[in-house]
Structure formats: C-alpha cells, structure tokens
Design a protein around this ligand. Structure first.
Ligand SMILES: C[S@@+](CC[C@H](N)C(=O)[O-])C[C@H]1O[C@@H](n2cnc3c(N)ncnc32)[C@H](O)[C@@H]1O
Length: 280
C-alpha cells in the first residue's frame, strides 16, 4: 500500500470516502453506505428538484464531481442523451471501477475519470452542468473546489451542489447524550461537517449567482437500514475510539435503534440542502 491508503481491516469513519481508501472490505462498506442512501425516497425528491431547477438538457456536457458508484452520472448521461456526455470525476480508483461496472451493466454511456474536486481534468468554460452531491463535506478546501467548479463551467452553465449539514442530525430512541457523542465523533472525522451552510458564500466568492430558492430534504434512513445501519455503527465505533462513550453504551445505542426499527418507529435523519449556482 502506498501512503494514505487504508485497507479494509482498518476501515473507520475517518477513512470513509477518502481518495486513498482501498481494499475489498473498505469499498464494500462505502458502497453499502451509498446504496443505503441511494434508496432513500427523500434523496430522490431532492435530486429530482435539482435536476429540474438546473434544467439539464439533451446535448449538454455534464460533470458529476465525486461520482462514487456513478448513480447520478448514469442519470445525467440519460438526460444528456447520445449527443451529450456525462463524466464522473472520482479520485477513488476502486469506487471508479464499481461505477464503470454498474454503467456497463445497464448499457449507460456514462464515463468516469480520475480527478479531484479541486483539480477537474477539463478545460476552462467547457461544462454545461456540474453536479456535486455530498462530496464537499469530505473536501478540506471546499472554497477552492467551488472556485474550480466555476472555472470549468461555461457562461450559462449551472452548478448543482447538494450537501449535508451534520449539525441538523436527529436520531430517535438512543440516549440523547450518547446520540450527541456519536454525532460529535462523526463530525470530527469529516473534513467539512457543516458543508452546506458555507456553499452560498463559496459560490458567490467564485463569481457564481445562487438561486434564492434553496432545496432541502432530510436524508431519512428507512427502517430496514436502521435495523443495522452502517453509518450508526461507524459513528458508535468512532465515539468509543474518541473516549466519548463506552463500548457498552455504543452497543446499547445500536441495540435501541435496531429494536425501534423492528417496531417500525426508528427515526434517523440529516438535512441535505441543494443549491443552484449559475455562471453569467
Ligand atoms: C458520500 S460519497 C457521495 C458519492 C455520490 N456523489 C453520491 O451522492 O452518491 C463522497 C464521494 O466523494 C469522493 N471524494 C472524496 N474526496 C474527494 C475530493 N477531494 N474530490 C472529489 N471527490 C472526492 C469520495 O471518493 C466519494 O465517492
């Protein structure tokens, strides 16, 4: 392994969604988290709103920054049609490979290439649409990333930026102090845990106009996910590692959430906001 790479055996919240996190087990856990979230109807509502507000059209060049398993790259490829293009920019080679395989399986024309939010391998003014969903929370210099988005957009281009603000997280059935500790531990591992609230300023400083209508939808995890949520387990493990709660408190919290989910009344949510940013 080269520096910065993490194997599956040592996978923690801190290594989740990092460009250098590799290994079958680590990638399987990241894909599981993304698939859990992809299946949430509330995320679908925000995605549909952003695609409509951004008016993604046939023939356009669409870029999906931090494309993960490529769900939205495939969707953008469908909207851009045979005369357009959709390119997923993804720094993690193993996630890029998952995205390539999934696109091939459904005959999608989505393309994937290596890059970073702060280093997009496209010329100035080349993209019509730039989609970036739940990525800026992982980027240490999100302001530089948004400036890079403005660089690659053509005049008239739209950046559709969807991101979370983890201070909005709510969780039922877990002791409130333990729940807060799990959220604190989770946020401590993210480069930019309150990503969403900074986007308007970053976009305006990059010379973009931000639509006044901001979309929002809570990522509400379904009961079947909460019976054994990867995200909650990682947060609990991190809170124990940080010395904020004991292993017993962590197990009790996960058990309480799982029990509530078996009854169908578990509730876990975090708000994701959607910004439509336009270049003159
Ligand atoms: C939570 S996932 C979201 C994936 C996808 N956008 C979605 O909504 O399903 C975060 C993604 O950002 C990628 N990522 C992390 N750091 C990045 C960076 N500096 N530049 C671009 N992508 C990055 C991760 O590899 C991962 O694919």
């Amino acid at each position: 392994m080269s520096m910065g790479e993490v194997s599956g055996a040592s996978f923690t919240l801190g290594s989740a969604f990092r460009p250098g996190t590799i290994g079958d087990a680590a990638v399987a856990r990241m894909v599981a988290v993304l698939d859990e979230q992809d299946g949430a109807p509330s995320i679908e509502r925000l995605r549909a709103w952003a695609l409509a507000a951004g008016d993604v059209r046939r023939g356009e060049l669409c870029v999906d920054v931090g494309s993960g398993t490529g769900t939205m790259t495939r969707r953008l490829a469908g909207l851009a049609g045979p005369d357009g293009r959709a390119i997923g920019i993804e720094p993690n080679g193993m996630l890029r490979e998952v995205a390539r395989v999934r696109a091939a399986e459904v005959g999608s024309a989505a393309e994937f290439c290596q890059g970073l939010a702060t280093e997009i391998p496209l010329p100035d003014g080349s993209a019509d649409v730039l989609w970036c969903e739940r990525v800026l929370q992982h980027v240490p210099d999100a302001g530089a990333a948004v400036a890079e988005f403005a660089r690659v957009l053509r005049p008239g281009g739209r950046a559709l930026l969807l991101d979370s603000d983890h201070e909005s997280r709510v969780e039922s059935d877990v002791d409130p102090a333990v729940s807060r500790a799990m959220t604190t531990a989770f946020m401590g591992q993210l480069a930019n845990p309150t990503a969403a609230r900074h986007i308007p300023r970053q976009a305006i400083e990059a010379g973009l106009h931000v639509d006044p209508d901001v979309g929002s939808s809570a990522l509400v995890l379904p009961q079947e996910v909460l019976r054994d949520s990867h995200l909650s387990r990682l947060s609990a493990e991190q809170a124990v590692a940080d010395g904020l709660i004991t292993a017993e408190q962590a197990e009790a919290a996960l058990a309480a959430l799982a029990e509530a989910a078996r009854h169908g009344w578990a509730f876990w949510a975090v708000t994701v906001f959607g910004f439509v940013c336009r270049k003159d």
